[in-house]
Design a protein around this ligand. Structure first.
Ligand SMILES: [Zn+2]
Length: 189
């Protein structure tokens, strides 16, 4: 019987293959054929779940050919707090995932939230994230959701270990980074 990690991994590969077949790459599927504009959100008005609980976008900070092409920032809206940055996923120029990371609340311009509550969004399972996937970009978002599912233990434990909100405002831009080798991790399953 397949473990939940294996199921997510299997589905991530299926959606990855659809992306390659239909749009060439994850980056092409998100950005299109034109050159990427630094700091512009893709899509322009962000991905939003129908109930606007989840939100996300892809962007790049530098078009200098560094190893990272860009990253997806993911947010969740909490009652009484507003939009909170959960974490980000970094991709190379072929659209292969490189790492998961989080920026400090200061950089994300949100009010911060207790790390364990933020981590529980990932650890409680990515089932609820499915509402996030709209039809237009279903391959991209289903790939991302299943990739998160595959690594939910690792992401959740990194998030849970984040310093408390007040301490996080110490000027650090990146609070944690978890590098992955997706292909090698798939081969190990
Ligand atoms: Zn960014």
């Amino acid at each position: 019987m397949l473990s939940s990690r294996q199921k997510f991994a299997f589905r991530s590969v299926q959606h990855w293959q659809n992306l390659i077949k239909n749009q060439g790459s994850l980056v092409n599927a998100i950005v299109g054929d034109s050159c990427i504009h630094v700091d512009q959100h893709y899509p322009l008005d962000d991905w939003r779940s129908p109930c606007t609980t989840f939100q996300g976008f892809y962007h790049c900070h530098r078009a200098d050919g560094s190893r990272e092409h860009g990253h997806i920032h993911l947010f969740k809206r909490f009652d009484g707090i507003g939009l909170v940055h959960l974490f980000a996923i970094s991709f190379d120029n072929k659209g292969l995932p490189l790492s998961f990371f989080n920026v400090s609340p200061k950089v994300a311009s949100d009010k911060g939230l207790c790390p364990s509550i933020r981590a529980s969004v990932v650890q409680s399972g990515v089932g609820s994230w499915r509402t996030f996937a709209d039809k237009k970009l279903s391959n991209v978002l289903f790939f991302v959701i299943n990739l998160i599912g595959m690594y939910s233990d690792e992401i959740g434990s990194q998030m849970a270990q984040e310093p408390m909100c007040s301490m996080a405002r110490c000027g650090k831009e990146v609070m944690w980074i978890y590098n992955i080798n997706w292909m090698a991790d798939l081969a190990k399953l």
